[in-house]
Every structure is written in structure tokens, then in C-alpha cells.
Design a protein around this ligand. Structure first.
Ligand code: SF4
Length: 374
């Protein structure tokens, strides 16, 4: 069974200053050819009529394409895959690229969750990030999404933006809660190599957010969302009860997934594989009837175990010890006895009969703990 199906749309109106994702400037003709290829790739996987529990159309900015193109992709998925009852179908969208007519088309095509990349609520911070939208357009996007019938809305936020103060962040949190979203994902800004933001920092034009302030912003978000009825269920994710992301839970539970589109990654049948990132090569390979896979890695059982541990520890409830035993036939505390004992003594992990989890204080530094299992 495939737990999740990811569809990558690698087009954006403009590259954000911090972005290192696979995305290219939107071009109508290229996007049309790309969607035709995407539909063919879906067909190449379709013979087995795999079952999917969630679909995530991400990017890039899927909503910079005409909604009809995305609806055609969803129609093709419907034709070639078995969609589980209660399936979650998310489309990632950016304010400034959504309108009522388009969102109605997506809703009618089966999309039942919208993930809006609002990121910040002050225009000067959106400008630092190089986002194409304004704060007013974000408000409008939420309104349009609700009017189109999306009753499951995720909002993506970024904190630790250069120049962002705690007052800015608190104002963002208040505004977001006023939107009454079902889900919020809040990540600290990563300044990646090769991005304009990294160059601006290197040239001294931009000063990164101090680490202590970033940490304080994270703690502020955790407290704020808890006080406003959200469940903190993953290090960076908050949901109204019952509105946790089915698709992302699949990743954190280390379940298989299939990714289609340029640059998409898959984890199927004990292998991880990645598609070519370049659109021209992607379209050409598909045109010749070939899967556009660029690299493939066999995941050995010990790697799968380690990944299951550190992905599971991302969840606030922790790693399910019984599920781990059922999957691998050995208790996790036997396999990693030394590492787990050491981390418990350091106060970084805690356990009970059912779960092994990060202690609350260590959540923002989780990556340091995960290194023990690699
Ligand atoms: S919208 Fe997302 S994918 Fe597109 S350029 Fe900005 S960060 Fe990158």
C-alpha cells in the first residue's frame, strides 16, 4: 500500500530570497507540457492501482498554474489509484495566486485541504523573504479559501526572519489565530547555501536573527497555540483536534510514499529514489515512456530502523514502541540501548511503557539528538 502520493509542481511566479527548493519561473507553455508529462508519469505507476491515503500537490506554487491543469492531474490520479475512504487531498497555495473561481475548480476536483504559505504578517518581513504577496493579499486568500468551501486550512509560517522582533511574531500569531485555521506549521528560517539571502548575509547587507530570539519565538508559538486550542503534535506543527495532517504523519511514521514530478522523491519497496530536477529532461524522459528516475538508494534494515526512530521522535507523543516492535521484530530499547540510556541520563529523552519521546525542553534542538541514531 502507498501511504501518500506527492505531486510536485516546480513553478513559482518569482524565486523567494531564501528558497532552495526545485522551482522555476512560471511559463505557460512549459507548464502545460509539464502537466501533460505529469499525467503520463501517473499513468506509468497506474497499472498496479495502488491505494493512497493522502495526496499532496506541492511545489513550487501549484496555484500559479491554471486550476484546470491541476484538476486534470487529480482526475488522472483518480483514474489510476484507489483513493482511501476519507482521503486527505491537499493543494499548496500562495496568497496572490488564488482566486475564487480557481479554488472552486480545485474543490470540485476533490481537493479538501488548502495549505497557504502566508509566512509572515508584516509587509517589510515578506519583502525580506522576497515573497510575491502582501499581508492584505494573505487576508484575502483566507477569505477566498473559505468561500470556495475549504474547511481544512493549513497556514505555513516562518520565524527568525532578519529584522523580525518578538512583537512582530506575536502580532503574526494573533492574526493567524483570527483566521481560525485548522492547522499551522511554523518553521524557523533556514539560510541555505546558494540563495540570495545567504549572499546578502555574507555581504553584511542582512543580519540573521539571533539564535536566542529564534528560540524564544519558538517557545512563544508553542505556548500561544496551546493556549488557543491547538494540539502541538509535531516539533513544528499544530492542529485543531482531529486535524493533524494525514500526509505529513505518513512521513513521520516512515511510511512509504510515491512522489511524481520533477525533483520528487519516493520511498517504496525498501528503496528511496528521486526524479530528475530539470524540467526539460523530465518531459523528455517521460516522452520516451521512461520513468524519470535520476538516483536510487536501497534502504538497509538498519537505516530504516534509525530513520523510523528519529522521524518518530519528531512527534510530540514520541516513537510508538509497540509499533516499532511490530515492524522490526525487536524492541527499540534493545537495539539502541546505549544511545537511549545516555540520552535519558542527559535529560534529552524520556520514556514510558508505550512511547519514547524528546523532553519538551529539547524540542527546538531535536536535530542534535537525532544524530545519536545515525
Ligand atoms: S513560493 Fe516556495 S517554492 Fe516558490 S520560490 Fe518561494 S519558497 Fe520557493
Amino acid at each position: 500500500m502507498v501511504a501518500g502520493l506527492y505531486v510536485h509542481i516546480p513553478f513559482c511566479l518569482k524565486k523567494c530570497h531564501y528558497c532552495d527548493f526545485v522551482s522555476y519561473p512560471y511559463d505557460e507553455e512549459e507548464a502545460r507540457a509539464y502537466c501533460d508529462a505529469l499525467i503520463q508519469e501517473i499513468g506509468l505507476y497506474g497499472a498496479e492501482r495502488k491505494e493512497v491515503a493522502s495526496i499532496f500537490i506541492g511545489g513550487g506554487t501549484p496555484t500559479c498554474l491554471p486550476a484546470g491543469n491541476l484538476a486534470a492531474v487529480l482526475e488522472e490520479i483518480n483514474r489510476f489509484f484507489n483513493l482511501s475512504r476519507g482521503i486527505e487531498i491537499t493543494v499548496e497555495a500562495n496568497p496572490g495566486t488564488v482566486d475564487l473561481a480557481g479554488l472552486r475548480v480545485l474543490r470540485a476536483a476533490g481537493a479538501n485541504r488548502l495549505s497557504l504559505g502566508i509566512q509572515a504578517s508584516r509587509d517589510r518581513l515578506l519583502h525580506v523573504l522576497g515573497r510575491v504577496h502582501t499581508s492584505a493579499e494573505a487576508v484575502e486568500a483566507v477569505h477566498v479559501a473559505r468561500t470556495a468551501g475549504f474547511d481544512n486550512l493549513n497556514i505555513d509560517l516562518i520565524f527568525g526572519i532578519p529584522g523580525q522582533t518578538m512583537i512582530d511574531w506575536q502580532q503574526t500569531l494573533r492574526q493567524i489565530v483570527d483566521f481560525e485555521p485548522e492547522h499551522v506549521a511554523a518553521y524557523n528560517l533556514q539560510i541555505e547555501d546558494g540563495t540570495p539571502l545567504k549572499r546578502a548575509v555574507a555581504q553584511g547587507k542582512v543580519t540573521p536573527c539571533p539564535e536566542e530570539l529564534e528560540l524564544a519565538m519558538y517557545r512563544e508559538a508553542v505556548e500561544f497555540f496551546a493556549a488557543n486550542g491547538f494540539i502541538h503534535y509535531e516539533i513544528s506543527n499544530f492542529a485543531r483536534p482531529g486535524r493533524e495532517s494525514i500526509h505529513n504523519l505518513g512521513y513521520w511514521l516512515n511510511r512509504p510514499y510515491l512522489g511524481v514530478g520533477a525533483g520528487a522523491h519516493s520511498y517504496l519497496g525498501g528503496c528511496r529514489f528521486a526524479n530528475v530536477t530539470d524540467i526539460t529532461s523530465y518531459v523528455e524522459k517521460i516522452g520516451r515512456g521512461n520513468l524519470p528516475v535520476a538516483s536510487r538508494e536501497v534502504i538497509l534494515p538498519e537505516t530504516e530502523m534509525a530513520e523510523t526512530v528519529f522521524l518518530g521522535l519528531r512527534l510530540i507523543q514520541g516513537l510508538d514502541l509497540h509499533a516499532f516492535y511490530q515492524r522490526f521484530g525487536r524492541p527499540v530499547k534493545e537495539i539502541y540501548r546505549n544511545e537511549i540510556d545516555r540520552l535519558i541520563k542527559l535529560g534529552l529523552l524520556e520514556d514510558n511503557e508505550d512511547f519514547l519521546r524528546l523532553t519538551p525542553a529539547v524540542l527546538p534542538l531535536a536535530n542534535e539528538v537525532f544524530k545519536a541514531f545515525v
